[in-house]
Design a protein around this ligand. Sequence first.
Ligand code: NAD
Length: 324
Amino acid sequence: MMLKIAIAGTGWFADKHASLLAAREDAQVVAFLGSSLPKAEKIAQKFAGAQAFDEIEQMLDTVKPDAVYISVPPMAHGRIEDAIVERNIPFLIEKPIGLDMETVNRIQDQVTTRNIITSVGYHIRYTDTVQKAKELLETRKVGMAVGSWLGDMPGVHWWRKQSGSGGQFIEQTTHIVDLVRYLVGEVEEVYAVYAQQHMHTKHDGVDVADVGAVTLKLAGGAVASITNTCMLPFGHRSGLELFTDKGVLEIQQSRYLKNHEGSQTTEYKNLLNPYEIETDAFLHAIKTGDRSRILTDYADAAVTLRITLAALESSRSGMPVKLR
Ligand SMILES: NC(=O)c1ccc[n+]([C@@H]2O[C@H](COP(=O)([O-])OP(=O)(O)OC[C@H]3O[C@@H](n4cnc5c(N)ncnc54)[C@H](O)[C@@H]3O)[C@@H](O)[C@H]2O)c1
């Protein structure tokens, strides 16, 4: 069965998804949607048989895709998804899935009513090390999670604007919040302190915070602390440490899991490509109807977005935000 896939977005991650799809025998990349036609044409040229569009409705009605991959910046969500769900088309969407709950709730209502297959690009869940951590946690009690995303500022213009990306915690560190939810539990309360320390003096038009510390109260009593910065001149590290009754699990997102048990440390390396597994799970669901291999869907990602939006709200008000 050959699935026709259309892609909304023309940036580096749209290209990454398209390349993974083009390497498969059961999928063909048939179209790209760009914010302008020349951008869409440029990337479409790289994939044999792909057409270029600058209007979502026209793309969907012309190529009639079996699924759409949505890989656009956070501020561009809304209209694209409305057109896709109206036509009952399954979609895989990159994180974060939006910048406001009103838009996301509207889309979620349609996804639920129409029972549409969705998947969200929280690819770290699909790493073999996170799966190993999940297995080890079955017999452990987590008391505390300490996470971080410490690095440089992505070069794309929209990332530097609050109205474009939502800021680092919403755009990037969302992966760590998602991991806390996946491995430890749901978030009940959020308190955040953000500041602009350096990047707004280095580049014009930067209005996102470049340092931040967020405290999360989790269901069941565990606590989490997540810090992030984008003011470094290089990527430093990102990951999550889980403090448990049997020792410490240390996850460095794209590299390894270390299981520290006193004098003994066992290291597990990531051996598989999580993006391949993510796409495989999504296409399997479309072909068979079996969604069990999809590790996070639109409704689940909406919960993560709500937490990261609450952190922004707390950083502005100076008050904790209760979620439940
Ligand atoms: N899961 C991951 O590992 C991962 C990694 C990188 C990026 N991402 C996510 O992918 C998304 C895209 O990031 P990127 O790095 O490719 O950004 P990018 O800036 O390289 O590309 C974004 C593209 O979207 C296009 N675009 C903007 N508005 C549009 C619209 N309304 N319709 C169609 N196209 C539009 C832009 O022209 C641009 O080509 C972001 O949400 C980002 O967080 C995820």
